[in-house]
Ligand binder design. Structure first.
Ligand SMILES: NC(=O)c1ccc[n+]([C@@H]2O[C@H](COP(=O)([O-])OP(=O)(O)OC[C@H]3O[C@@H](n4cnc5c(N)ncnc54)[C@H](O)[C@@H]3O)[C@@H](O)[C@H]2O)c1
Length: 281
């Protein structure tokens, strides 16, 4: 059987496809022949991505929707079915630390609920609503959850976000068992720091430390949204037809390095020799 990255005749839904990683994923699927549905909360981003996809001749359906909202999610699927007749690929991309950084002890109920709604509940809602549409196409469907390298590593003072990203690993594994017998695969992508609207290493990291990126990311750079798009295309295609229940660590080798980084002489060390915190705060 010929295996390829040709998505002609396939339909993908990308949540949060109006910016960052989600937009790069949506554009990559469009460039490789897929029909692209997007659920995006921000009206301006909806208009911008809609125009960009249509300019490239992509058959696109951009829906302004909040995927935390059960009614909005349930309303999405009939629209996708009416337009495209079904769904082959779901990319659960929405997720956000919501700028909540601080000791767990002081997280308010609203912060806990907000992080849950954005990072996990939205994924549950969209996936549950999408399964019947994916099943309609028969074997070959693919669900891709955007996690974080912080699903496999701690983040100090971002404990709740990290906990929900860890939960995505369990959701991905368990759902892959449920859907495997139907030929529907479920996998995740766990990015390390990637320049997007939400995460801005180019702004966050103090200028005098930015050129040190090759000292802590073995492949010598931060992620680009297109890196995630490459992984998503692979996980959605029949090139990964025997891959399910797993996560691609999309991290330039950062997790492999763990606490190891390179000193100014490019010598690997795990001794904390940096002074200051390196950030702009
Ligand atoms: N950028 C990184 O460094 C990084 C690292 C690890 C994991 N991630 C994960 O990657 C995913 C995408 O992150 P990003 O950096 O591209 O984010 P981003 O904020 O740049 O883009 C997210 C998009 O989702 C939309 N969105 C947010 N909430 C929504 C909702 N409730 N309903 C519909 N749309 C909504 C936003 O408007 C935006 O267009 C997230 O799950 C994030 O946790 C990102």
């Amino acid at each position: 059987m010929m295996r390829s990255l040709d998505f002609t005749g396939k339909t993908v839904l990308v949540t949060g496809g109006g910016a960052g990683i989600g937009r790069a994923i949506a554009e990559a699927f469009g460039a490789n022949g897929a029909k692209v549905a997007i659920a995006e909360i921000d009206a301006d981003r909806c208009a911008a991505v809609d125009a960009a996809l249509k300019e490239k001749g992509v058959d696109a359906l951009v829906i302004e929707a909040d995927v935390r909202d059960r009614a909005a999610v349930d309303a999405l699927m009939p629209k996708i079915e009416a337009r495209f007749g079904g769904l082959d690929i779901l990319v659960n991309n929405v997720g956000d630390s919501l700028g909540i950084h601080g000791p767990f002890e002081f997280n308010s109920d609203e912060q806990l609920d907000g992080l849950y709604a954005t990072n996990l509940r939205s994924m549950f809602l969209v996936t549950r609503a999408a399964i019947p549409l994916i099943r309609k196409r028969g074997p070959g469907g693919s669900i891709i959850n955007i996690s974080s390298i912080e699903a496999f590593r701690a983040i100090p003072v971002c404990t709740v976000y990290s906990a929900f990203k860890h939960a995505i690993t369990g959701f991905t594994r368990s759902l892959s068992l449920e859907l495997g017998p139907e030929g529907i695969r479920v996998n995740a992508i766990a990015p390390e720091t990637t320049e997007t609207e939400q995460v801005r290493p180019s702004v966050l990291i103090a200028e005098e430390h930015r050129h040190h990126v090759d000292r802590w990311i073995p492949l010598g750079r931060f992620g680009e949204p297109e890196d995630a798009a490459g992984c998503a295309l692979f996980l959605a295609s029949d090139l990964s037809g025997w891959v399910t229940g797993t996560t691609i660590n999309l991290d330039g080798g950062a997790l492999a390095a763990a606490g190891w980084y390179r000193d100014p002489n490019q010598f690997w060390t795990n001794v904390p020799v940096v002074t200051g915190n390196g950030f702009n705060f």
